[in-house]
Design a protein around this ligand. Structure first.
Ligand code: TMP
Length: 209
């Protein structure tokens, strides 16, 4: 059995940097690790990414279906095939991004999002979700070239942030909330402390295999 870890956060939260740092650390210790991201990670996902981030007007329900289509493809092509191999799978954004952005941000009904997410994931949930949390103004100020989401009004980003925080309160055991304004190395350390606790699962598996 593998460990499935996802990174979540608002714009400019530093989650991609931290996902890469964790991936490098695991590999340097000889622990198999796969790093992927959403939207993306497959040819379908790459198309969805460029379309959704940079092209014109898309209604919220269409946005939801594009993101979940990309997710369905990533789960089928990349994540599920890796799950049995004792690898740590790290995904930069996953189903909780859709709840935060299309649910809390765009205002689509949360039960619709849940249904679409379930179709895409077949019920697959992360073992750990790392949330890099920081005030939206701070995150947005780290971005230079702004895409369609980053150009949304500040209240949209505030709803996304509140959405994430609400999810962490509902299921605190599944989340690690880290202050995204801390120095990078400190964040890396806090994430590592938590990930280390999950690792014996992989190590035991390696011995068996
Ligand atoms: P990023 O991965 O570079 O942050 O870009 C992805 C953008 O897409 C980001 O603004 C968040 C947004 N997004 C959604 O709105 N819903 C989703 O389900 C996902 C995965 C991303």
């Amino acid at each position: 059995m593998s460990i499935f870890i996802t990174f979540e956060g608002g714009e400019g939260s530093g989650k991609s940097t931290q996902a890469r740092a964790l991936h490098r650390r695991l590999l340097s210790m000889g622990i198999p690790s796969l790093l992927t991201h959403e939207p993306g990670g497959t040819p379908v996902g790459k198309g969805v990414r460029s379309w959704l981030k940079f092209k014109g007007k898309i209604v919220p329900s269409s946005e939801l279906l594009f993101f979940t289509a990309s997710r369905a493809q990533l789960v089928a092509e990349v994540i599920r095939p890796t799950l049995k191999s004792g690898t740590v799978i790290i995904c930069d954004r996953f189903a909780e991004s859709t709840i935060a952005y299309q649910g809390y941000g765009r205002g689509l009904a949360l039960d619709l999002i849940e249904a679409a997410n379930n179709i895409a994931t077949g019920g697959l949930r992360p073992d750990l979700i790392v949330l890099l949390d920081l005030p939206v103004e701070q995150g947005l100020s780290r971005k230079r070239l702004k895409d369609r989401f980053e150009r949304e009004e500040i209240t949209f980003h505030q709803r996304v942030r509140q959405g994430y925080l609400e999810m962490t309160r509902k299921e605190p055991q599944r989340w690690l909330v880290v202050d995204g304004s801390l120095p990078k190395k400190e964040i890396e350390h806090l994430i590592w402390e938590r990930v280390e606790q999950l690792l014996p699962k992989v190590r035991k598996n390696e011995k068996r295999g």
